[in-house]
Every structure is written in C-alpha cells, then in structure tokens.
Ligand binder design. Structure first.
Ligand SMILES: *[C@@H]1O[C@H](CO)[C@@H](O)[C@H](O)[C@H]1NC(C)=O
Ligand SMILES: *[C@@H]1O[C@H](CO)[C@@H](O)[C@H](O)[C@H]1NC(C)=O
Length: 242
C-alpha cells in the first residue's frame, strides 16, 4: 500500500473512532441511584414502612425523554415485577406503575441508545441486576452504618462506600434549612461505565437532579427543596423508620 493511501485510511479510522467517542447524544456513564425511604417520605409526606435502600433509577449521564413514542409496557417486564415491587417501589403510590413509567420515559429511553439496554426488559433487568450486585444496604450494615438516633460524620459513610467499592459515590442529603447544623442522608449514587464496570461518580459530567413531587427533576428548577450533595463538614443523620 502506498504511503498516501495508508495515511488516508489511518486518518479515516482516527476520525471515525473520534466520532464514536464524542457522538453528541451517546451517554458515557450510568448512575444507579438509591434512596432512603424514611428521608424521602419525610420530604414527600408518604408513609415510610421500608427500612432498606430502594432503587430510585438508572440514569445515563446524557439525555432525558429521548423517545416519547416508546411507551412503557408492564407486560414486557412481567417476570421482573415481584423484584421491582420490592427493590424499586413507588413510595408515593405503592400499587402503581407510575414511577417505573416515569423512569422509563425520562431515563430508560435514553439508556436504550446502547444495544445492551435497548428494550424495557433489558433496561429494568439491568437496573435490578446492578442494584443486587452493589447491595448497598448490606454493605452499609456490614460496616456498622445503621439507621439510628446517633449521627455519623460524612467521611465515615463515604469512606465505607469508597473503600468497599473502590470508587467514589455521590452522596446526597436533605438540608432541613439553610443554616441547619445537621443534614439527613437521603440518596446514594453509584456509577458505572457503559460496560457496567464501576466508575467514580465524580468523573465527568453528572446529571444533577433533585427530587420534587417525589421524582427526580433537573437541578436548578427548585434548589430550595430536595436532595443536594452532602456537606462534608456537617454531621449526618441516618433516620430509622418513624
Ligand atoms: C408498606 O405499605 C404498603 C401499603 O401502604 C404495602 O403495600 C407494603 O406491602 C408495605 N411494605 C412493607 C415492607 O411492609
Ligand atoms: C422510538 O420508539 C419507537 C417504539 O419503540 C421506535 O419504533 C422508534 O424507532 C424509536 N425512535 C428512535 C428515534 O429511536
């Protein structure tokens, strides 16, 4: 092969791989979000009767509401429903599928741009699989981070998670008021590469969301309420069931 055409081929290969990497609409990180029902329900006025970390969602870092014509269809995930009800409950409406429908439309249709998640069954079963693999609730218990009336330091909680998984989580709290000297543990995010291996949550862009009306919405709409990143210097309250 002549040098000139070799050069052109290499250039074409370099351009196409650069294009794949930076394709504007493809996500590069998945965020597995857990919430703590007692904290969630104290904000949303639901009745918390669950004392384990439940799934909030599996969110790609880019895109929301990617395909409004791809309707949520519970019959496609029928085999997953018993696990969904336990692991991913709708804390506001326990008997409803609204929460899953919302998460599918908002995040699932974007996650589905990857071949590994391009059906409702793939998306929800992968979320459940990651949730069980991570098993956050057992890990916190195992290292004596237990809901109680005592307070934890932020670094104690972060340290357990970081040491165990080897990656940085994102830990969010509720701040009862602007100048409160305590904060309430509410949400924990564990992040993944597109191949589902663990990734530091702090790397690259993170979808900032807060919770309103029970569900995540993009940050900036109402910063006054909802979850935000915990303050490293304030004690953390990890509330037991009321
Ligand atoms: C919590 O309460 C709901 C009804 O409000 C019920 O359907 C559900 O089974 C309860 N969960 C547990 C773990 O007791
Ligand atoms: C949106 O979803 C519908 C229904 O699954 C599908 O037929 C269509 O190809 C999707 N559109 C895009 C742009 O992915």
């Amino acid at each position: 092969m002549r040098l000139g055409s070799f050069f052109l081929l290499s250039l074409a290969a370099a351009l196409s791989s650069a294009f794949v990497i930076s394709a504007p609409h493809m996500w590069t990180k998945l965020i597995l979000t857990h919430h703590w029902p007692s904290t969630f329900c104290s904000m949303e006025h639901c009745h918390a009767n669950i004392s384990y970390w439940t799934l909030h969602g599996l969110w790609p870092d880019k895109g929301i509401l990617c395909n409004s014509s791809w309707h949520f269809n519970p019959s496609e995930i029928e085999d997953l429903l018993p696990d969904m009800e336990k692991s991913w409950p709708d804390l506001l409406n326990p008997a409803s599928v609204e929460f899953w429908k919302y998460e599918w439309h908002k995040h699932g249709t974007c996650a589905a741009k990857a071949a590994t998640l391009n059906s409702q069954h793939k998306y929800f079963s992968k979320a459940l699989e990651l949730y069980h693999k991570v098993d956050l609730d057992s890990i916190l218990k195992k290292f004596d981070i237990i809901p109680s009336d005592k307070y934890y330091s932020f670094s104690q909680i972060e340290g357990v998670i970081e040491n165990f998984y080897g990656v940085k989580p994102k830990i969010q709290c509720v701040h009862p008021s602007k100048n409160a000297d305590v904060q309430i543990l509410g949400q924990i995010e564990i992040c993944f590469h597109p191949d589902f291996t663990l990734l530091d949550c702090e790397k690259e862009f993170t979808l900032e969301t807060i919770s309103k009306g029970g569900w995540d919405i993009p940050m900036g709409v109402d910063k006054a309420s909802g979850f935000s990143v915990c303050d490293h210097d304030k004690p953390v309250y990890y509330p037991p069931l009321p």
